[in-house]
Ligand binder design. Structure first.
Ligand code: UDP
Length: 489
C-alpha cells in the first residue's frame, strides 16, 4: 500500500445512467468534505449523455477524480429487447476486468471500495485487495428492505407476486402492495428477475450498506435492520448507515442557455409555479400528454414542464438523458401554447432541475418519484404530485403519500391507465393553493429542516459517515500492521 499513512483513498464504482452517477458523485464530495485526508476516485462508464458528461466534468477536483472505464458491448449477450435491469446487470458484470485492472494500475491504491446497487459482483475485487468494501444503495430503507428480503420471498412465494391478493410481508417493515413491487419483480420468468435476486443477495456481502436517507426519515425500517429477529437476520446484521440526503446543490452547465427560463421565474410570485419533470428517463403516452396539458391549463397555475416526445414505453429515455431535440408543439392540444403563454414555460427534453426546485417561485413538483428527484424536492421543502412510472417509483410514491405525507397521487396510478385532466387539475390545485393541501405543504418544509439537521456536524448522517470513515481508518491500521509483520517474518 503506497498511500501515505493518513490518506484514505476511496474507490467508488458507479452504475451507468444519470440517476446513478449523481448520488455517487455526491457521496464522493461528502466523503471529501468529511475528512481532509480523504481522496476519492469514481469509476464510471463512458456516456453519450451531454448532461452526464458535464456533471462529471464539473464535479472533478484535485481530491475527486473520475476515471472513465471503456464502453462494454453487450449486444451479443442480451436480447435486443432486454429490460433495463438486465442491461445494467450485464454491463456491470462485463466491466469487471477493466475495473480490476484500473484499480491495480492506480498510483495510489485504494484503501476502501464502494459499489452501488448494480455493482455488487465487484465486491469480490475488494476482497482480493483486502480492503473494506461497502455497498451504496442511493435510495431509501423500505426499498432496501424489499431488496434484501427478496431472495427469501423468492423461496417462499409461489407464482407471480403481482397476482397475489395479500400484501408482501417484510419483517419489521411496511408491507408491499403486490402491484407496487419494483420492476424486476413484475415477471419472475424474465432474466432481470434472476439478476435482481442475485444482486439483492450480494448486498449483505459488504462490510456495510450506505443509504441516501437520514435516520429520522425512516426510523422504524432502519430499526428492523438492526434487530436480529427481524431484517437483521436476513442481512446477517451488516450495519446500515443512512448518510443522506445527498443531492446536488446547484446544477451544472451553461446557465445562459436557460436565461429566459430564469428571467421568467424571477418575475413570478413566491411558491406559485409547479415544476413538471419525470426524471432522466420518464416519458408519457400521446393521450396522457394531452390530458396533462389540459390539466395544467385548467388548474390555472403557473408551470414549467420538461417535455419529451410521447411514447408508450415509460422509461424510454433512460440511457439517452438529455440528448436530441424534437418539435414539442405537436404534442399538445391545439392552441395550448397560445392559451398558456405567460403562464407556463415549456422546456424541451432537459432542464436544470436542482436550480428550478431551489428557486423561491417554485411551490410544487410533479415528479416521477425517482429517489434523486424526491430528495431534491424534499431538500427544498417542495410538496409533490407523485406520478410513478418505473423502477422502484411505485413504492416511493406510496412512501411519500402514505408515510411521509409530502405528496398527493392519483386515485388510479398513471402506469395503469391514463389519468384524466380533471384529476390532474385537482391534484395541482391541492398542493399549490387549496386549503386541504396546507398540511402537505407544511410537512414538506418540516422534512427539509429535518434533513438539514441530519447533515450538520453532530447530526445523524454526519455521525453515520464519520463512523464509516473511522472504522475504515482502523481497518487500514490493522492491515498495515499485518502487512509489516508478514514482511519482517
Ligand atoms: N434531471 C435534471 N433535469 C431533467 C431531468 C432530470 O436535472 O430534465 C436530474 C434530476 O435533477 C435528478 C436526476 O436527473 O438528479 C434523475 O434522477 P432520479 O433518481 O430522480 O430519476 P431517474 O432518472 O434515475 O429515473
Amino acid at each position: 500500500m503506497s498511500s501515505s499513512n493518513s490518506t484514505l483513498h476511496v474507490a467508488i464504482l458507479s452504475s451507468p445512467g444519470f440517476g446513478h452517477i449523481i448520488p455517487v458523485l455526491e457521496l464522493g464530495k461528502r466523503l471529501i468534505a468529511s475528512n481532509q485526508n480523504i481522496r476519492v476516485t469514481i469509476f464510471a462508464l463512458s456516456s453519450t449523455s451531454q448532461a452526464e458528461s458535464l456533471t462529471i466534468k464539473e464535479a472533478t477536483t484535485a481530491k475527486l477524480n473520475v476515471v472513465t472505464l471503456p464502453p462494454v458491448d453487450i449486444s451479443g449477450l442480451v436480447d435486443p429487447k432486454a429490460a433495463v435491469v438486465t442491461c445494467l446487470a450485464v454491463i456491470m458484470r462485463e466491466i469487471r476486468p477493466a475495473f480490476r485492472s484500473a484499480l491495480h494500475d492506480m498510483a495510489c491504491p485504494p484503501t476502501m471500495l464502494i459499489v452501488d446497487t448494480f455493482g455488487t459482483e465487484s465486491l469480490l475485487i475488494g476482497e482480493e485487495l483486502g480492503i473494506p468494501k461497502y455497498v451504496y444503495i442511493p435510495s431509501n430503507a423500505w426499498f432496501l428492505a424489499l431488496m434484501t428480503y427478496s431472495p427469501t420471498l423468492d423461496k417462499e412465494v409461489e407464482g407471480e407476486y403481482v397476482l397475489r391478493t395479500e400484501p408482501l410481508k417484510i419483517p419489521g417493515c411496511r408491507t408491499v402492495v403486490p402491484e407496487e413491487v419494483i420492476d424486476p419483480m413484475l415477471d419472475r420468468t424474465n432474466q432481470q428477475y434472476s439478476e435482481y435476486i442475485r444482486f439483492s443477495a450480494e448486498i449483505s456481502l459488504g462490510d456495510g450498506i450506505l443509504l441516501n436517507i437520514w435516520e429520522e426519515l425512516q426510523p422504524t425500517t432502519l430499526a428492523a435492520f438492526r434487530d436480529e429477529k427481524l431484517l437483521g437476520r436476513v442481512t446477517k446484521m451488516v450495519p446500515v448507515y443512512p448518510v443522506g440526503p445527498l443531492t446536488r446543490l446547484v446544477q451544472s452547465g451553461d446557465m445562459t442557455v436557460n436565461k429566459d427560463l430564469f428571467d421568467w421565474l424571477d418575475k413570478q410570485p413566491s411558491e406559485s409555479v409547479i415544476f413538471v419533470c419525470l426524471g432522466s428517463g420518464g416519458t408519457l403516452s400521446n393521450e396522457q400528454m394531452m390530458e396533462m396539458a389540459w390539466g395544467l391549463e385548467l388548474s390555472q397555475q403557473r408551470f414549467i414542464w420538461v417535455v419529451r416526445p410521447p411514447t408508450t414505453k415509460s422509461d424510454a429515455a433512460f440511457f439517452t438523458a438529455g440528448n436530441g431535440v424534437g418539435d414539442v408543439s405537436t404534442y399538445f392540444p391545439e392552441g395550448f401554447l397560445t392559451r398558456t403563454s405567460g403562464m407556463g414555460f415549456i422546456v424541451p427534453l432537459w432542464a436544470p432541475q436542482v436550480d428550478i426546485l431551489s428557486h423561491l417561485s417554485v411551490g410544487g413538483f410533479f415528479s416521477h418519484c425517482g429517489w434523486n428527484s424526491t430528495l431534491e424536492s424534499v431538500k427544498n421543502g417542495v410538496p409533490m404530485i407523485a406520478w410513478p412510472l418505473y423502477a422502484e417509483q411505485r413504492m416511493n410514491a406510496t412512501l411519500l403519500t402514505e408515510e411521509l405525507g409530502v405528496a398527493v397521487r392519483s386515485e388510479v396510478p398513471p402506469w395503469k391507465k391514463v389519468v384524466g385532466r380533471e384529476e390532474i387539475e385537482r391534484m395541482v390545485r391541492k398542493i399549490m393553493v387549496e386549503n386541504d393541501g396546507f398540511k402537505i405543504r407544511g410537512r414538506a418544509k418540516e422534512l427539509k429542516r429535518s434533513g438539514e439537521r441530519a447533515l450538520r456536524e453532530g447530526g445523524s448522517s454526519y455521525n453515520a459517515l464519520s463512523q464509516v470513515v473511522s472504522k475504515t481508518v482502523q481497518d487500514m491500521k490493522i492491515w498495515r500492521m499485518n502487512y509489516h509483520a508478514n514482511e519482517n517474518a
